[in-house]
Structure formats: C-alpha cells, structure tokens
Design a protein around this ligand. Structure first.
Ligand code: ADP
Length: 459
C-alpha cells in the first residue's frame, strides 16, 4: 500500500472502478481499495442490467426513447422523492456510461433488452453473461493494466483524516485479516462503499420495519461504512428510511433468484399458497414485496412453463442457482401443475383454475384483475416450474447527501473539501423506490463524475 496518492477511492464496486479509472485517465495517481478479499461488491452480485435510453438495441428495434422519458419513470417510480437534478444527470449520462463500459471497460452485451417494473418502455441492456460480474471482472482487468492505479484488497478504510480547515487529507486503513493499520495521505477521497443493506442495526435505526426477520440479497460488505465515516467528519445523510426489498428472493438465504427473471421477460405468474394471483407481476418492487408480505406465510410462488425457460435461456445462464435452489426444494419442476403445486404445498385445483383464467386473459389481450402491463404469454405445456420466493432487503435509497458534482455536503449544506461520493453510498436519487436497472446507470455515471472532480480537485 503506497503512503500517498493523489486520489484514494474506497470500495471496488462499479462506482469505485469508474471513479478510479477516470481519475487515473486524468493523470492522477490512484489507490483503489476494498475491504474484502474479492472485488466487485454488490455490483458483481447484481444482474448488471442497465437502463440506457437511446441505446443501440433500441435503435435497431425501432424503440423511441429519451433521457427525459427515463427521468419521468425514475421520479414517478420513487414517488417524486428523488432529486430531479441528480436523476437528470443519471439519465443524461446513461448512454455515455454504457459506451464507456464498452470501450474503456471491454464489457460485452446481449442483443436483447429487458423491461423492469416502473419503466414505460424496454430500455435495459444486459451484460453478455447476464451478471454484473461481467463488468467488475473486465474493469478489474482494465485497472490491473493501468500504471497509475494501485488496486488492493483486504484493505478496510476506517477513518477519514482531515486538516484544521476540515479538508480531507487521508484515509486510515486496517487489514481485516492481520489487524495491521496504516494511513494513505491524499488530496481527495471518493467514497464508493455501497449501501447498508446487510447492517441490520443500521437498517432498524432508520426504518424499524427492516429488522432481522428480513434477509438480504446484499454482500456482507454492505455495512454502510462510508456513511458512518463521513458522518464523523460532519457529512449529512438523506432519505435513510427508504430501504428497498426485492420481491423474488430465496426464502432460506435471501439471495436474489435470477431464474425468476423470466418474470421480467414477460413470462410466469405470481400466486399465493391458495393458488391465486394477488398482484401485477410487473409492478414496482415495493408493491410486489408488500403484496407478498400480506399473503399466507409471507411467501409467494412464481409459476412458469418450459417455453419460458427455452425462450429466456435463464435456467442455463443461472444453472448454479437453479441446481442449488432445486436441491433445497425452493424451486420444483414437474410434468403437471398438480405435481408442482403439491410439492410446494399450493392449492392444486385453484392453481389449475388460475392458469385457465390467465390463459383466457392472454387470448383476450388484457388482464382485468391486475392490469398486466406488457405482452402476455400463456402458461402452456409442461414441464412446469414453481419457485417459492420472499422479499429480502436489496438496496438502500438513502445515503450521503451529495451535490450534482458528487461532492459530499455537510449538515450545514456546504461541500466537504476533497470528499466525493458515488454509487449506493450516496442518497436522494431513487426517492422511495429504485427502479430495476437504474443502479448501474447511476454508479457508472456518478462514479465517473466523482473521479473527474476528485482529479480536478487534486490538481
Ligand atoms: P456500488 O454499486 O455503489 O459501486 P458496491 O456494493 O458494488 O457499490 O461496491 C462497494 C464496495 O465497497 C464493496 O466491494 C465493498 O467491499 C467495499 N467497501 C465497503 N466498505 C468498505 C471500507 N470500509 N473499506 C474498503 N472497502 C469497502
């Protein structure tokens, strides 16, 4: 670990990589540290889908979209509690960030789009492996090829050092394995430490409903370290009570069930133990999560057919997840609806009726019960799949209060000299509810802004 650098970036997830590479490309020396023994954070665990209005696939498919359109969806989807200025920066920066990932990062993409709940149009591009690890692996390679960046694991930032005027001048770090401590002096710091979804005490402090009965999709690293460190030197936080649960998660582990993404490719229906639908499958994450919470045992079941599997390729793409969840009976496969219903303890006769009704709605082209909002696909021939799911904490909308330049504000509302924040650690962009695939757009856009401004500040 060097004793000094122009810019220290804390956290090697998507935001941290973007900030570090950008600062190095501005000619600065950079230390990019992560407390874990692996890089990538929650970015690597995510599906990596990215909302990009005006992307090349939309152009090819003749889908007309605009940044303004995304701004509107994001604001409405967060109950108009997000900061319109920050949201506009994310939406306007989306295409540049996607191109940056392609050309600077070497990221490859699938030739198809996804449409997440709350988006009025298909606009989300998908990494070729359908995982955020496609991004973080490629960005790790990129960084390893850059002389100006020292990338270091097992290095946990524990304190921000300031001078008499309150400007940030260094970072105290600790090796979580050996306990060794040291300090890196620097001219600017970018906090890219992610959210606090795995920190139950912190969750409950801001939102008592998010207690230890709710599991989390997040990495154990999502402890809110950056928020706590910055608060100690006077930083302001915002929207901390807005904590998002993702509806389709493993009831035993909390892991996000990516095979369940058949739903986002317009396949499958969500039913309860009684075998009935209870929500629009493409509704907002908070709406579906609350819907599931109110069902018997707080659990739901996603039913889909073999055609869904064949058309989406998701079972192959997430074969490890499928094997694991099948072995534990979280997902069951069977030749008949009765087979899968019985295996999951769902009312088989009612499920049969629900499927018949759904297929009739598909033929009619409309869903009078819940207003399914996209192209409707029948539940056809078997084999069938029935996946149990529960909501789990996924994303913390709140965090450090930042300016459009990614500067961290004090409680008094003035920027802390030399301190920048990007990614999930920074709040007030997603309002009460983040729409799917908007985090990637955010972290790479604000990561690059933070990296550029930290580099300029360090000049
Ligand atoms: P984002 O999506 O905002 O980029 P991620 O969750 O992908 O956030 O990445 C955050 C990264 O920050 C993780 O890899 C995590 O291990 C790292 N991290 C969190 N706290 C610290 C800390 N105190 N010191 C160093 N790294 C940290």
């Amino acid at each position: 670990l060097p004793e000094e650098a122009d810019v220290v970036v804390i956290g090697a997830g998507g935001a941290g990589f973007a900030a570090a590479i950008t600062a190095a490309n501005e000619g600065k020396s950079v230390v990019l540290m992560d407390k874990m023994g692996v890089f990538g954070g929650d970015t690597a665990l995510s599906g990596g889908e990215m909302a990009v209005p005006g992307n090349w696939i939309q152009v090819t498919q003749g889908i007309e979209d605009s940044p303004e359109n995304l701004v509107s969806d994001m604001l409405v989807g967060g109950d108009n509690k997000g900061d319109p200025e920050l949201v506009a920066i994310i939406a306007n920066g989306a295409l540049d960030s996607a191109n940056w990932l392609t050309y600077e990062g070497g990221v490859s993409w699938k030739h198809d789009l996804m449409q997440f709940g709350g988006h009025n149009i298909k606009r989300s591009i998908i990494p070729i492996t359908h995982s955020g690890s496609e991004m973080t692996t490629k960005l790790t390679n990129r960084v390893n090829g850059m002389d100006d960046i020292v990338l270091i694991d097992n290095t946990k930032a524990v304190e921000l050092v300031t001078d008499d005027a309150g400007a940030v001048t260094g970072v105290k770090v600790e090796n979580p394995v050996t306990g060794d401590t040291s300090e890196v002096k620097c001219k600017a710091v970018v906090l890219a430490t992610g959210g606090f979804g795995s920190n139950v005490d912190m969750r409950v402090k801001y939102n008592p409903e998010m207690d230890d009965k709710i599991l989390s999709t997040d990495s154990v690293a999502a402890q809110g370290d950056g928020i706590v460190m910055a608060e100690k030197i006077g930083a302001d936080t915002i929207d901390m009570e807005y904590i998002q649960t993702y509806p389709v998660c493993d009831p035993e582990t909390g892991a996000l069930l990516y095979v369940g993404d058949v739903r986002l490719e317009n396949h499958g229906i969500l039913v309860n133990r009684e075998g009935d639908r209870f929500v629009q499958e493409l509704d907002r994450r908070d709406v579906i999560s609350n819907g599931i919470k109110n069902q018997t045992d707080g659990v739901a079941f996603l039913l889909f057919d073999q055609a869904a599997v064949d058309e989406t390729g998701l079972l192959k793409q997430h074969a490890d997840e499928y094997e694991n969840s099948e072995a534990r009976g979280v997902i069951v496969k069977g030749d008949t609806l009765e087979d899968v219903a019985k295996a999951q303890g769902v009312d088989a006769a009612e499920l049969q009726k629900t499927v018949e009704k759904w297929n009739q709605y598909c033929a009619d082209g409309k869903d009078p019960d819940f207003g399914y909002s996209a192209e409707m696909n029948v539940i056809g021939d078997g084999p069938y799949y029935l996946m149990a799911c529960k909501p789990a904490v996924h994303y913390t909308m709140g965090g450090l209060h930042i300016t459009p330049e990614a500067e961290v504000l004090t409680v008094e509302g003035t920027p802390i000299a030399g301190l920048y924040a990007a990614g999930e650690v920074a709040g007030h962009k997603m309002g009460t509810n983040r729409l799917g695939s908007c985090s990637m757009t955010d972290i790479y856009t604000f990561g690059r802004i933070a990296g550029k401004n930290a580099a300029d500040y360090a000049a």
